[in-house]
Design a protein around this ligand. Structure first.
Ligand code: AMP
Ligand code: MG
Length: 316
């Protein structure tokens, strides 16, 4: 039987209506990876949320680019001689996605992430500065075996939350959890079946569509998440490594659904940079689909999406 309990996942990209567990579900929140982490489980599993938050804290000490002393910080500051398996896994997977996308997805984007710094900036950087920082961006420069990143610096903001969400999901499953919504700043992993709302990128308070997912992850990338505006132009947090400027691919949002949240996370960012043709990269990953909303409000999906996920669009 499907009860509908609205769980509003604050500031996030996907709003879920919980099926299965109904009124006995509890939501706990914490702050890691520079975002709100929200975990909903059945009441009896409440203690598991604490395990999840501890895991997030441990992983933040690996993947944070800005936290002094984190493993990634040590790597970027040339103070690391070998990688933990977690960091190696995420970097190797990211390099694979870079090769599939011909560099549209590139974790060596860090110098440009620092330059653009959309959280604090109010005016865009100068073209000369962009060019200077862009010269350090090239995923082909780095290798994990042997470990060498040359003069590059790594930013895992497009993929680390997905990896963390997968580890939490695996832990919950191993512990026998049957219902959970694990939401790391919009990287949503579901244990059980849920109806999930996709935010309207043109009015993020509202929903654009809903879909039904079971034991899947859904991740959305869009220009409406982190940005500043200057002279009527929006400058956002997803950068096109081919130009050094904010990606401008005529897409308003990209939602990727996959059994792996790391895959969904990397692919949603990659497709956002590539534009609608980028949807083809889903074919490289099993059971992975995407829904793109264009700036004109058109919807583009992988084949069979509507039936597979019972897609319903909301009236405008
Ligand atoms: P997401 O919100 O998952 O789409 O990821 C956006 C974040 O990934 C940004 O805040 C940057 O930290 C990083 N990023 C931006 N552009 C790229 C890119 N082209 N490839 C890889 N990572 C990127
Ligand atoms: Mg991403």
């Amino acid at each position: 039987m499907k009860k509908i309990t609205a769980i509003i996942l604050t500031i996030l990209l996907i709003i879920s209506f919980c099926g299965c567990s109904g009124t006995s579900s509890v939501t706990k929140q914490s702050f890691h990876f520079d975002t709100v982490i929200s975990i909903s489980t059945d009441k009896k599993d409440i203690k598991k949320s604490e395990d999840a938050f501890r895991l997030c804290s441990d992983l933040e000490n690996i993947f944070s680019r800005t936290k002094e002393g984190s493993e990634l910080w040590l790597l970027n500051n040339k103070k690391l001689s070998s990688l933990s398996s977690d960091l190696k896994n995420v970097i190797d997977f990211s390099l694979y996605v870079s090769s599939l996308t011909d560099g549209a997805f590139d974790i060596t984007i860090a110098p440009l992430s620092d330059l653009w710094n959309v959280k604090e900036r109010t005016i865009p950087p100068k073209e000369e500065e962009i060019k200077k920082h862009l010269s350090r961006v090239d995923y082909k420069k780095i290798s994990t075996n042997p470990l060498d990143i040359k003069d590059a610096a790594i930013d895992l903001g497009a993929v680390a939350k997905g990896y963390a969400a997968d580890l939490i999901t695996t832990h919950f499953r191993d512990e026998g959890v049957k219902n959970a919504i694990i939401d790391l700043g919009g990287n949503v992993c579901l244990i059980g079946e849920y109806t999930v709302g996709i935010r309207d990128p043109f009015n993020p308070e509202a929903l654009y569509a809903k879909i039904t997912l079971k034991d899947k992850s859904a991740v959305t990338s869009g220009a409406y998440q982190r940005y500043f505006e200057h002279e009527g132009v929006r400058y956002h947090h997803i950068i096109d490594p081919r130009t050094g400027n904010c990606a401008d691919s005529a897409l308003a949002s990209v939602t990727v659904i996959s059994p792996s949240s790391m895959q969904a996370d990397a692919l949603s960012t990659a497709i956002y940079v590539l534009g609608e043709d980028g949807i083809r990269i889903c074919n490289n990953f099993p059971d992975t689909d995407a829904l793109l909303i264009t700036e004109n409000g058109d919807i583009i999906t992988t084949d069979g999406f509507k039936e597979k996920y019972q897609l319903e669009l909301f009236e405008k």
